[in-house]
Write a protein that binds this ligand. Structure first.
Ligand SMILES: [Zn+2]
Length: 337
């Protein structure tokens, strides 16, 4: 089946700004700042696992030193969305990686916002920011971040997020419950990385302790049939990133990836890229690969795209527009390529 996945109206709900710098930009910024690359350029994107991958994110984020550089990064992200036919994105940004900015988060968000605004004025898709905690942070640091976001109240910020390696951090759900509760009361949405470097227990904590509106990854729910029922009954959406899971060694191949098992069990799933530049992938290819591997027909592709839109933290106008576009694509957008 030759569906045109670029024109498929869709949102992306699980993508990190830290993972959107391509090699040429990294090399250029490192040179500008007289910094040595951690590995030769040809091996720059080869990682032994999640820990090395997260270290590299810290390095990349140290390369943006001015508000203009932040705005450029934001603009480049919006351009990337447009090029993939993505109508809206919730973009995860973790201030702990941006060491030069973590004590001046207001300027950091302002810098990014300037880039998104410039892009939107040129007709590029809207973007919401999900400001992320790292699993290794303390409960006090989490509360400080939520209080700061509440006080600052920037319209660009739509959600509190948490990411990082749960394998090394251990169980941290209880530590962050207060911060997530407070964020919810302040009107922020909540999105939680779980069920990647943690098993089903991490997903349970995300649902029952952090009251997540959405789970980033969540794929290891497949190991627990009771948990699958919880996700299905509560309709908790999973922002799934198939290639990311394969590259980081969670599954050997797409054939072994549980996205379709979860979908068939009634769990709302969407397709996402996680770190597209670092993984050298795009959302159009991800959709194509899933459709081919799992034999998704047009209606199934539309259902997955619909989940991405409904699960996003876009405002109602944006959602209504995208859902209307999707209906049009379903009925007539059958472009042969
Ligand atoms: Zn992620």
């Amino acid at each position: 089946m030759n569906l045109d996945f670029k024109s498929l109206p869709k949102a992306e709900t699980h993508v990190h700004l830290e993972g959107c710098f391509d090699v040429s930009t990294i090399v250029e910024l490192a040179r500008e700042n007289s910094l040595q690359l951690p590995r030769p350029e040809t091996d720059l994107l080869k990682f032994s696992g999640l820990a090395e991958f997260l270290d590299f994110l810290d390095f990349i984020c140290g390369l943006s030193r001015t508000k203009d550089q932040l705005a450029k990064a934001a603009y480049a992200f919006s351009k990337r969305l447009k090029d993939s036919g993505i109508g809206y994105a919730d973009l995860i940004v973790n201030p702990t990686h941006w060491k030069l900015w973590r004590n001046d988060l207001a300027s950091f968000i302002d810098g990014l916002d300037a880039g998104f605004r410039a892009a939107e004025q040129e007709g590029m898709p809207p973007v919401g920011l999900c400001i992320s905690l790292l699993r290794q942070q303390t409960g006090e640091e989490a509360l400080e971040l939520v209080d700061m976001l509440t006080q600052f109240r920037h319209p660009r910020v739509v959600a509190l997020s948490i990411d990082g390696n749960e394998m090394t951090a251990g169980r941290t759900g209880p530590r962050f419950a207060d911060a997530f509760r407070r964020a919810g009361l302040a009107g922020f949405k909540k999105t939680v990385h779980a069920g990647e470097s943690s098993g089903p227990e991490g997903i349970r904590d995300a649902i029952f302790l952090l009251e997540a509106d959405r789970i980033d990854h969540g794929v290891r729910a497949v190991e627990d049939s009771d948990l699958i029922k919880v996700l299905r009954d509560r309709q908790v959406p999973l922002g799934i990133c198939p290639t990311s899971n394969i590259v980081l060694g969670l599954y050997k191949s797409l054939e072994e990836h549980p996205i379709d098992t979860l979908r068939k069990a009634g769990v709302p799933v969407s397709v996402n890229t996680d770190d597209p530049a670092l993984l050298q992938i795009g959302l159009v290819d991800e959709f194509e690969r899933c459709a081919t591997t799992f034999g998704w027909d047009k209606a199934t592709c539309c259902a997955v795209a619909e989940t991405s839109i409904r699960a996003s933290f876009a405002n109602q106008d944006v959602k209504t527009q995208l859902l209307g576009d999707l209906q049009g694509w379903m009925s007539e957008g059958f472009a042969r390529v």
